[in-house]
Design a binder for this molecule. Structure first.
Ligand SMILES: C[S@@+](CC[C@H](N)C(=O)[O-])C[C@H]1O[C@@H](n2cnc3c(N)ncnc32)[C@H](O)[C@@H]1O
Length: 330
């Protein structure tokens, strides 16, 4: 296993082999436990703290679903969510006896929030371009309402935009009649019902030609689905349900059937390390485990970190309808 990380973790979980965290010249007392028994490490820490101490050119791809409202994962809003009080989280009414998952309200963002988003993604892009190897790709989940606050800072930080992956998914967003006037304007929706989720696709510029970069850094392209089929940018993938949701109760859980496809594509030669700086319940890390890749996951919230610790092996072991396991298509 090619290691680009220095040993510095204070605590390892029992039975795990020694773990390492990329730090430059300082010990990592605040760093949370990590596990690395099966080619993945997870850390309960702030992503920016970790990233600014990571070695340059030590990560081969990033697949992540970042916070968007920014405030929705603050202690205050998480407490409201966990006590069922809502706040920035819209708690949909139960339907047919099923309680729907809460959704953060992006439409309530004011100008200051939007500026904060732009600043957040600028900081993130600057750190990611430093830690990625040349030719390394970033797949970043977004939303049609706010995607430009991500894409612009990434491009300004030196990334090349390489397209977008469109996840076709029916959500509960949009499609509502005007608030408090739905009878009067029963034929109107204020926004389209959202049926897709954009994932920005960026690449750190290659060193020379793609073939040179592939030889030197093992990055620069995307892994094909098979000899005859390239990776494609339209993927139909329903929200995570049932067993997945039970294993990984996170309000923004992404399904394995989708994540395994993009994580697999992110390492063209199946070599290197995938990072998720905002792993939530660890679904990206589970997807990497399922397709046989090394990965690192970061999560600042203790509760979600504990969820991830438990959920990753079980999520990785799940069969998915159109997903992948051990790098093989089913
Ligand atoms: C949109 S969720 C990701 C959920 C994930 N896709 C899943 O399937 O479970 C974003 C996560 O980032 C975490 N987060 C927010 N800011 C962070 C930071 N600065 N460092 C590390 N994690 C952070 C939040 O606690 C949240 O769990």
């Amino acid at each position: 296993m090619k290691r680009a990380f220095r040993q510095s973790c204070q605590e390892s979980l029992p039975g795990m082999r020694a773990t390492s965290v990329a730090r430059r010249g300082e010990s990592s007392r605040r760093q949370a436990p990590a596990r690395d028994a099966e080619g993945f490490q997870i850390h309960n820490c702030d992503a920016f703290d970790w990233l600014c101490n990571a070695l340059p050119c030590s990560i081969h791809a990033v697949v992540t679903d970042p916070p968007y409202g920014l405030v929705e994962y603050s202690d205050r809003e998480l407490t409201k969510l966990r006590t069922g009080r809502g706040g920035v989280w819209r708690i949909p009414p139960s339907f047919d006896g099923h309680q729907r998952s809460p959704l953060p309200r992006f439409t309530v963002l004011n100008d200051l929030d939007k500026e904060a988003l732009r600043h957040f993604f600028h900081r993130l892009a600057q750190q990611l371009i430093r830690v990625l190897v040349p030719g390394g790709h970033v797949f970043i989940a977004s939303n049609p309402l706010v995607s430009y606050y991500v894409y612009d800072p990434f491009i300004r930080s030196g990334f090349e935009k390489r397209g977008e992956v469109i996840r076709v998914v029916q959500t509960l967003r949009g499609g509502d009649r005007p608030k408090n006037a739905h009878d009067e304007f029963s034929q109107v929706s204020v926004m389209p019902r959202s049926c897709w989720e954009p994932w920005g696709l960026f690449r750190k510029p290659c060193e020379g030609r793609v073939q040179d970069n592939l030889r030197k850094w093992h990055t620069g392209g995307l892994r094909r689905r098979s000899e005859s089929e390239p990776f494609k940018d339209l993927i139909v993938a329903s929200p995570a349900r049932g067993e997945e949701r039970r294993l990984a109760p996170h309000p923004s859980l992404k399904p394995q059937a989708f994540l395994r496809q993009i994580v697999r594509a992110a390492l063209p030669l199946a070599q290197g390390t995938v990072l998720d700086p905002f792993m939530g319940s660890g679904s990206t890390i589970a997807a990497a485990l399922a397709v046989g890749y090394e990965s690192i996951g970061l999560e600042q919230d203790r509760v979600y970190f504990e969820v991830a610790k438990r959920a990753i092996p079980s999520l990785a072991a799940l069969n998915t309808v159109d997903g992948l396991h051990n790098g093989q298509e089913r």
